[in-house]
Ligand binder design. Structure first.
Ligand SMILES: Nc1ncnc2c1ncn2[C@@H]1O[C@H](COP(=O)(O)OP(=O)(O)OP(=O)(O)O)[C@@H](O)[C@H]1O
Ligand SMILES: [Mg+2]
Length: 226
């Protein structure tokens, strides 16, 4: 049986703005196992990015508990969360946040260097991965010298380079054409192993249907669709 990698217990998230309370997530319970490829759909503003950021331990829920590999992170400090993310969780942001002063190649190398790999090994592995997202001719470009889709593919490579157990992807193919989107998705399928879970938010029905199962967020509640 596959192991549980993520558990959310009674997660709520409220935002308070100008005296208005926005209940984005309401009492969400969710368990995701290693080996699963899961899509999250829902209207714009329904809370997909909010949920992914909470799962990534980047944002605190208003209430409830997040467990990663059966460990609760409610009382953990930022340092502990950073360490877990560095080793085991990667996120591809909806609006890619590549480091603007570093080239495509360096952006992908940095997570490996941070994990103690040598410069030459990091470079070699990063070039291989950039090649697999068809960017071998752009490795020395800075983010502002790349198209939106190229930046998104660098962000995908950067997220995959450390072979994390949990990959969270927020609209990873949002600015890609159909063919490139399919190529990125094929890459997800290729790296899907029994020890890894991949959760992606998307507005693309075709891609959401290719998940093992679909989650839908509506009015702060999450439900599973077949
Ligand atoms: N820091 C914040 N302060 C106040 N409101 C916020 C904040 N962050 C998000 N929201 C609100 O929470 C709601 C959920 O936002 P979220 O980004 O999670 O939606 P989403 O489902 O990812 O939407 P999209 O499909 O457009 O990416 C939105 O209505 C947004 O305006
Ligand atoms: Mg979003």
């Amino acid at each position: 049986m596959n192991k549980q990698i993520i558990k959310l217990s009674k997660i709520s998230k409220k935002f308070i703005k100008n005296n208005n309370t926005l209940n984005v997530l309401k009492n969400i319970n969710l368990a995701i196992n290693s080996g699963e490829l899961v899509s999250i759909t829902g209207p714009s503003g329904s809370g997909k990015s909010t949920l992914l950021h909470i799962i990534a331990l980047l944002d605190q829920p208003t209430s409830g508990e997040v467990f990663f590999k059966n460990k609760s992170f409610s009382k953990s400090n930022d340092e502990e969360k950073d360490l877990v993310r560095k080793k085991g969780i990667s996120i591809i942001y909806q609006h890619n946040n590549l480091l603007s002063d570093f080239t495509a190649l360096e952006n992908v190398m940095i997570p490996l260097l941070n994990n103690g790999f040598s410069w030459s090994e990091s470079k070699q592995e990063s070039m291989k991965l950039l090649n697999s997202v068809n960017l071998s001719k752009r490795i020395n470009h800075f983010p502002n010298e790349l198209s939106g889709g190229e930046q998104q593919r660098v962000a995908v490579a950067r997220a995959l380079i450390t072979k994390p157990d949990l990959i969270l992807a927020d609209e990873p193919t949002g600015s890609l054409d159909r063919k490139t989107a399919n190529e990125i998705f094929s890459l997800f399928l290729k790296i899907k192993t029994k020890n890894r879970a991949i959760i992606y938010a998307t507005h693309n029905r075709e891609l959401s249907n290719r998940a093992d199962y679909k989650l839908n967020i509506l009015d702060g509640n999450i439900s599973r669709k077949k």
